[in-house]
Design a binder for this molecule. Structure first.
Ligand code: FUB
Length: 333
């Protein structure tokens, strides 16, 4: 395979090196690029399947004047100490601008060890953010990604398996021993709910989204190369809705296409082959006339799974919405 030639000096390199960052949700606000990442905490404790190694305690917002300029760490935007309901593990956030205010939407564990989704607000895209007193009623699990649709409706996509606890809520209440779907059982989709205008409540009952295969059948739990695991993102292209996500155990970024914000979605293919590290998590954003993928890997720490760094690369989206697969380390400058 011919290596692709990268034209931007900071493409596919760590955007900041002073802190470890992951799960980048990128947006353009007022012509400037803002990245809302997790802030990885460096430590020597062992990894486990529950994600206990991801001990994040706060959020920093990154910003760039353009894709070629320096990426700035704007310092502390929100700490776990400031949020009454949060005990620990502030994982992957997103941010939306509504009515001139910025809403940081984030998952964290409460004092019962359960993940929920909270919101904090600021007049500035870089914070500091003031948290709401409690988490969003009826929310659970991790990885919120928020789409403000063209008609102003605001949708939240969220959920993650294993340490993200999505399986544990299948009955509607928290069951740490709940059965994990496997084999030919239908895979669990990401969750979907609509926010109110004030961004302090869901106004629809959360529901699982369906991702279908080429025959219109729901993807199976055992189809680990294609089924949803965590890290949802939604972008619109030519009026269609594109749900992208991580397959977790097989480490791919994949996407599925739908006609409506709540699907159903049909699996389309891979966006990115595995990166260095266990997790893969991304966002997709249009900057100028082109589309970009923001993602993370563990290059900066030499492969430590919980010490990650955010990067970006150009994404090739065709007129029909199909996306070329990125091979993360096959390039030359
Ligand atoms: O950063 C902690 C968790 O790792 C995120 O919530 C997942 O998406 C994975 O990237």
């Amino acid at each position: 395979m011919q290596k692709i030639k990268l034209s931007r000096p900071n493409e596919r390199t760590p955007l900041v090196r002073e802190i470890y960052t992951a799960d980048p949700s990128a947006h353009v606000f007022n012509g400037k690029i803002y990245i809302y990442p997790s802030h990885d905490f460096a430590h020597d404790c062992p990894d486990d399947d529950n994600g206990d190694q991801y001990i994040m305690q706060d959020y920093h917002v990154l910003s760039m004047d353009s894709l070629d300029s320096e990426c700035i760490d704007n310092g502390l935007a929100l700490s776990e100490d400031d949020v009454p309901w949060v005990k620990n593990q502030m994982w992957a956030p997103d941010c939306v601008c509504k009515n001139g205010r910025y809403y940081l939407v984030f998952p964290a564990k409460d004092y019962n060890g359960q993940f929920h989704i909270g919101v904090a607000v600021s007049d500035s895209p870089v914070g500091p953010f003031k948290p709401q007193e409690n988490f969003i009623k009826g929310s659970y699990s991790i990885d919120p990604a928020v789409l403000v649709d063209d008609d102003g409706h605001t949708y939240c996509y969220y959920g993650g398996l294993w340490g993200g606890q999505l399986e544990m809520w299948q009955s509607g209440s928290f069951d740490p021993n709940a059965h994990r779907p496997e084999g030919d059982e239908p895979a669990l989709g990401p969750m979907f709910a609509e926010f109110n205008d004030e961004m302090d409540a869901f106004i629809t009952e959360p529901k699982h989204l369906q991702i279908l295969d080429e025959n219109g059948e729901p993807l199976k739990a055992g189809d680990e190369d294609r089924r949803y695991f965590e890290g949802p993102w939604m972008h619109k292209f030519n009026g269609k809705y594109y749900l992208s996500y991580s397959t977790g155990t097989t480490h791919y970024l994949c996407y599925a296409e739908g006609e409506k914000p709540d699907g159903p979605f049909t699996y389309k293919g891979r966006i990115m082959e595995p990166v260095l590290g266990w997790t893969t998590h991304h966002s997709i954003v249009k900057i100028g006339d082109d589309w970009y993928l923001f993602y993370h890997d563990c290059e900066l720490s030499g492969g430590v799974t919980h010490e990650r760094c955010v990067k970006y690369t150009k994404l090739n989206i065709h007129e029909d919405g199909t996306i070329d697969t990125i091979i993360p380390y096959e390039f030359e400058r």
